[in-house]
Design a protein around this ligand. Structure first.
Ligand code: SF4
Length: 325
């Protein structure tokens, strides 16, 4: 007589590291919410399936578009109504050497006279200002600490969709072994591309969010730059003017000119008359010099007595870039 057939354990392959639906109850779940189309659709659908994440985190580099912050407020309320734990996290610079203290990625670029690493084809700005603060928060989150203590991993939901571009990112991400996290890509299991995500958001009665990125990111499209408020247009001109003396391999935030746009966003802002020509010239002529002088004066004071970069930026914006001291 033969007994019941024995269950054969599946042979481990990289894909077996995907977390199956039935497993999600055993470990705490975190959604890294980027406020874009994919992660918004993912959040909505997980909740509607009764798989509410235990924690939702958004990393704020301090330079998202105003529409993205408005959308974040909308989703903050949406999550609150569903009793979802949600936090905005930020990378906090602690060591300023001799520089005036600054608070965000734009401050770092202006202080160091550089462009975000994405402009050079690297991704350390995203790792530092988005991935790292989320991981730091999770490392202090009790459900994660308890899970790691009993040998489990935290399940991290990532909103890569089933489209071509995210498929490439997924192919790379899935090869990376993480001792603390099991990454889960539900949109891919559902076969949802960008359009399916947009439809799911609309079906929830919510507007489709704008593409989220820093306003000075190389990934910004010309139409997105056109829509920026003067505050950020002036900041872009300032960032490129401040970094210009050190640029060797790229022309500006858009790297190099293409058929559809110049390498410098400043040139685009000028050609499109998004700011008055005189304001652009004034920023380029006086602001970087004024900023460096401000930094030098601050460097003689102990860090707790130094004026912050914010104090200089307030003067820069109230004087439309015509700043000389
Ligand atoms: S959005 Fe762009 S500039 Fe901002 S952190 Fe990410 S890659 Fe860097």
């Amino acid at each position: 007589m033969t007994g019941p057939a024995k269950r054969v354990a599946p042979i481990p392959t990289p894909l077996n590291r995907e977390v199956e639906y039935l497993d999600v109850q055993r470990s705490p779940t975190v959604l890294c919410y980027g406020v874009g189309v994919d992660s918004t659709a993912l959040l909505i659908e997980l909740v509607s399936q009764g798989r509410k994440p235990d924690l939702v985190l958004t990393a704020d580099p301090g330079a998202e578009k105003p529409e993205t912050y408005a959308y974040l407020d909308l989703m903050r309320d949406w999550m609150k109504q569903r009793d979802i734990e949600f936090h905005v996290v930020r990378y906090v610079t602690k060591r300023f050497k001799n520089y005036p203290p600054y608070a965000d990625l734009a401050g770092s670029l202006l202080t160091n006279g550089c462009l975000p690493s994405i402009a050079f084809g690297r991704s350390s700005c995203s790792l530092k200002y988005k991935a790292a603060p989320q991981e730091s928060f999770i490392k202090t989150w009790k459900p994660a600490i308890d899970a790691w203590a009993r040998g489990d991993k935290v399940i991290r939901y990532i909103g890569y969709d089933a489209g071509k571009r995210d498929s490439q990112r997924y192919s790379h991400a899935v090869t990376i072994e993480d001792p603390l996290f099991d990454n889960s890509y539900p949109l891919r299991l559902w076969g949802w591309d960008r359009e399916a995500c947009e439809n799911r958001i609309r079906a929830e009665g919510l507007p489709v969010p704008p593409k989220s990125s820093c306003v000075f990111c190389t990934a910004m499209k010309p139409d997105e730059v056109r829509a920026l408020p003067d505050y950020w247009l002036r900041m872009i001109v300032l960032i490129e003017a401040r970094a210009a003396p050190r640029l060797r391999t790229v022309e500006g935030l858009w790297r190099r000119a293409t058929r559809t746009r110049p390498g410098r966003m400043t040139d685009f802002i000028r050609t499109e008359k998004l700011l008055p020509e005189a304001d652009i010239e004034a920023i380029i002529a006086s602001a970087p010099t004024s900023l460096v002088r401000f930094q030098e004066q601050a460097s003689h004071q102990p860090v707790e007595a130094r004026p912050t970069l914010e104090t200089w930026l307030e003067r820069f914006h109230t004087q439309d870039g015509r700043i000389t001291a």
